[in-house]
Design a protein around this ligand. Structure first.
Ligand code: PLP
Length: 373
């Protein structure tokens, strides 16, 4: 008899993939969650050098090259002002694996994990794979996660809550006072806050803050990744950091599912972290211009768009039939319900694409809107 695990039967292929499959080949793709910039030259060169010299041929330490973990610790010292021991960092196969091992190491069968809804698709799936129960929490009207709503959702079964600022699919950035509240909640309720900060460098208004800056206990683990920070999604290099006892548990999972992150990617990420950082501001500036273009364009169409303050997504409220009509007309956007029940009535569009395509897409979306209202 064919036998599949109950856990895997609880999850399905992401709704985003289904949208891509439905779209025509020459469609304008506003569905993709990856920056459209090349990886930094110095990162590529470091990987090539490591490959040619043979330095990248073998396994590295499970946690990753010490020099990479030092670079990561230095990044967090610089950006968050925290004193991070390189031993408390694990280099992973992207932020995706970092989320996986953080959840796997902390969630028991039947434990609850509070997740933003709409939220990044992995939170729900990884919680279920760990045997836990996702507890979706609706966002505020501005699409930020309300600390009071998280606190209300805590029960004696809560193992963790996930914060994602800047957020996917929303583009929302939590204000510092909310981030401080998340840290207080983690401390006072003794539950883990998993802070997914992969869009940290893409903030247009306000500032990026991490709960780890405020927490008084070790109840925060931070997930980050070279994918969006440096436009290196294909390299599959992320990391997670936390207290020694948490890292020690997470590395137990990591050593069995991954052994170590890809060595060439580790060399590349180290170079990205330690090399010139001026491109980051350029990318953010480009995303800001596109954000303005997209928000203005959508509002002109007649759609309400909660102002995205970071990442590279906009999440307008859309009328019934709008998403299908856009896809039909050759603009790929993702229905909000792909990110959770409360995403219904919204659509996510990514502006990680050139201005000309964005202009064209806005025009087509305007026609799609007129056709459905
Ligand atoms: N977290 C969020 C919020 C994301 O949007 C993504 C990717 O889209 C990830 C984590 C995973 O990133 P990575 O490509 O580093 O695995």
């Amino acid at each position: 008899m064919t036998h599949f695990s109950d856990r895997v039967e609880q999850i399905s292929i992401s709704g985003i993939r289904k949208v891509f499959e439905a779209a025509s080949e020459d469609a304008i793709n506003l569905g993709l969650g990856q920056p459209d910039f090349p990886a930094p030259d110095h990162a590529r060169e470091a990987a090539i050098e490591a490959i040619e010299s043979g330095a990248a041929d073998g396994y590295t330490e499970n946690k990753g090259l010490l020099s990479l973990r030092e670079a990561i610790a230095e990044k967090h010292r610089r950006d968050q002002g925290i004193d991070l021991d390189p031993d408390d960092v694990i280099a992973t196969a992207g932020g995706s694996e970092a989320l996986h091992i953080a959840i796997e190491a902390h969630v028991n069968q039947g434990d609850e994990v509070i997740i933003p809804d709409p939220g990044f698709v992995s939170y729900d799936a990884l919680t279920k794979l760990a045997g836990g129960e996702p507890v979706p929490v609706a966002l505020r009207d501005d699409l930020t996660l309300d600390p009071a709503a998280v606190e209300d959702a805590i029960t004696e079964d809560t193992a963790a809550f996930i914060v994602n600022s800047p957020g996917n699919p929303t583009g929302a950035v939590s204000p510092p006072e909310d981030i401080e509240e998340f840290a207080r909640i983690a401390d006072e309720h003794d539950v883990l806050c998993i802070s997914d900060e992969v869009y940290e460098y893409t903030v247009f208004d306000g500032e990026h803050r991490s709960p780890v800056e405020y927490a008084e206990t070790d109840n925060v683990v931070v997930v980050n990744s070279a994918s969006k920070l440096f436009s290196m999604t294909g390299w599959r290099l992320g990391w997670v950091h936390g207290s020694s006892r948490r890292v020690e548990r997470m590395v137990r999972v990591h050593q069995y599912v991954q052994a170590c992150a890809s060595a060439p990617a580790q060399f590349a990420a180290e170079a990205a972290l330690t090399g010139p950082q001026d491109r980051i501001d350029e990318m953010t500036e480009t995303f800001r211009e596109r954000r303005d273009l997209v928000v203005e364009g959508l509002e002109d169409i007649g759609l309400h768009v909660p102002e995205p303050k970071g990442a590279f997504y906009a999440m307008p409220e859309v009328p019934e039939g709008f998403v299908d009509e856009c896809i039909e007309r050759g603009v790929i956007i993702v229905p909000g319900e792909a990110f959770g029940e409360n995403g219904a009535g919204y659509a996510r569009l990514s502006y990680a694409t050139d201005t000309e395509s964005l202009r064209e897409a806005i025009e087509i979306m305007g026609e799609a809107y007129d056709a459905v209202v």
